[in-house]
Design a protein around this ligand. Structure first.
Ligand SMILES: Nc1ncnc2c1ncn2[C@@H]1O[C@H](COP(=O)(O)OP(=O)(O)OP(=O)(O)O)[C@@H](O)[C@H]1O
Ligand SMILES: [Mg+2]
Length: 133
């Protein structure tokens, strides 16, 4: 895992644009930070850039939402947006099928509260920290 990127709330639009530019498909973004620190806001902003048509809401209860999107290059991808806040162990994430899609070249996986499954995250995960002022 590389060093985490830290994004304050007011820098979400700029940071999302920069991250979107670099996406090639297959990335796993681990969003970590306290309640209300901007994880969902970041996902919504990134989702707009990636041309997701549906309204992005927090997957707090559904645990996972799936969208179709498009990278800057034009490549079509599946976006999986997870919120593990209520999750107790990796078994529950596995039940969502996470191991079947994460890291695949035509996907982007965005995991809020990824620290809940810290031990099970693949090495290539990109860690993004959020914080409250
Ligand atoms: N540019 C901004 N300036 C100030 N506040 C903002 C800005 N953008 C979003 N917010 C607010 O910041 C908060 C961030 O909430 P958000 O749902 O993104 O956090 P979260 O990290 O996903 O929380 P949770 O852990 O509950 O999922 C919201 O109250 C939102 O309205
Ligand atoms: Mg959230």
């Amino acid at each position: 895992m590389d060093r985490p990127q830290i994004i304050p709330l007011n820098e979400i639009p700029k940071a999302s644009r920069e991250i979107a530019q670099k996406l090639k498909g297959g990335e796993i973004l681990a969003l970590v930070g306290p309640l209300g620190s901007g994880k969902t806001t970041f996902t919504k902003t990134l989702g707009k850039i990636l041309k997701i048509r549906q309204k992005i809401t927090s997957p707090t209860f559904a645990l996972m939402h799936n969208f179709s999107g498009q990278l800057k290059s034009g490549k079509k991808i599946q976006i999986y947006h997870l919120d593990l806040y209520r999750m107790k162990n990796f078994k529950e994430a596995k039940a969502l099928g996470i191991e079947e899609f994460w890291g695949k070249p035509d996907t982007l996986t965005i995991i809020e509260w990824a620290d809940k499954i810290k031990k099970n995250l693949p090495k290539k995960v990109k860690l993004i920290n959020f914080f409250l002022r």
